[in-house]
Ligand binder design. Structure first.
Ligand SMILES: C[S@@+](CC[C@H](N)C(=O)[O-])C[C@H]1O[C@@H](n2cnc3c(N)ncnc32)[C@H](O)[C@@H]1O
Length: 266
């Protein structure tokens, strides 16, 4: 049966791939993807026709996958999860009338978090610093809101050799709104050969350690080190002025019914 499988391959090697992702690639007649992502699933390739794309040709790749899926089983492969700063959205937006299955994958933020402990156990957000499809002003507005919120941040597409400005500006925003001793980890090539984890703080972070193959994890306000593990404990959240005051019995209207809370017998 023809159709399109949009497949997240996970961050690197086969040990982080799901069984569903492997099956979708193995059973495909055509595998479409950016070259390095096709390489990432080379061990699953046999008789399939392979269409390798280049960086910057995402739209053409999505179109080709949708076209081919009208008459063949197509797997469009993506690193991590295809729906996290990946190919899924742009492909689905043009896939009307096609039978599509989206196969989830382990995104880089989760692979990084697992290496560090549980830094995303409290609230967190993901943000791409790419200004390719969005203005830098918009990226900065979103980052400012998130920096002020105190949640942990996973920064994707942080910096390339030629695109250094967004990261420098992002770092300035983070330093303005978060304490200097906030833990930051630059995780490069996680779950791939040559993986590195650079530990720093917002104050000490050296931007030159960050590449396009890095995920920058900025700890949230409830993070702490527990030995070698970075953990986020939700009950460490500061109580802010915005926290509503608890309702006391005296404040309740005289006609209010007795509260059934905690299963108390009337
Ligand atoms: C186009 S986005 C793709 C994200 C992918 N869909 C995911 O869910 O992980 C590329 C960015 O993801 C991050 N990334 C993807 N795989 C990574 C890995 N194995 N190690 C570190 N960062 C990674 C980097 O920030 C990189 O610039």
């Amino acid at each position: 049966m023809s159709g399109l499988w949009i497949v997240g391959l996970g961050p690197g090697g086969p040990e982080h791939r799901t069984a569903a992702a492997e099956r979708a690639v193995r059973e495909a007649e055509v595998v479409v993807g950016y070259g390095p992502y096709v390489d990432q699933c080379a061990d699953l390739l046999g008789e399939q026709e392979v269409v390798r794309g280049k960086m910057g040709e995402e739209l053409a790749r999505a179109r080709e996958a949708v076209e081919r899926a009208k008459s063949a089983r197509v797997a469009l492969v993506s690193s991590g999860d295809a729906g996290v700063h990946g190919m899924a959205a742009r492909t689905l937006a043009m896939a009307e009338g096609i039978d599509v299955t989206v196969v989830p994958g382990v995104t880089a933020a989760l692979a990084t978090a697992a290496r560090l402990g549980a830094p995303l156990a409290d609230d967190w957000a993901t943000l791409s610093l790419s200004d390719l499809h969005l203005s830098l002003e918009t990226v900065e507005r979103r980052l400012t809101g998130l920096a002020m919120s105190g949640v942990a941040l996973a920064l994707y597409n942080p910096r390339s050799k030629t695109r250094t400005e967004p990261f420098d500006r992002a770092l300035a925003i983070l330093r303005q709104h978060r304490p200097g001793d906030t833990p930051v980890v630059v995780a490069t090539d996680v779950a791939r050969a040559g993986e590195t984890l650079e530990h720093a703080t917002l104050a000490t972070l050296d931007p030159s350690t960050v590449t396009m193959r890095s995920l920058v994890l900025v700890a949230g306000e409830t993070a702490m080190w527990s030995g070698e593990w970075l953990v986020a404990l939700r009950d460490l959240a500061p109580i802010t002025a915005a926290t509503p005051a608890p309702v006391t019995p005296a404040a309740a209207p005289p006609t209010a019914p007795a509260s059934p809370a905690h299963g108390g017998a009337a």
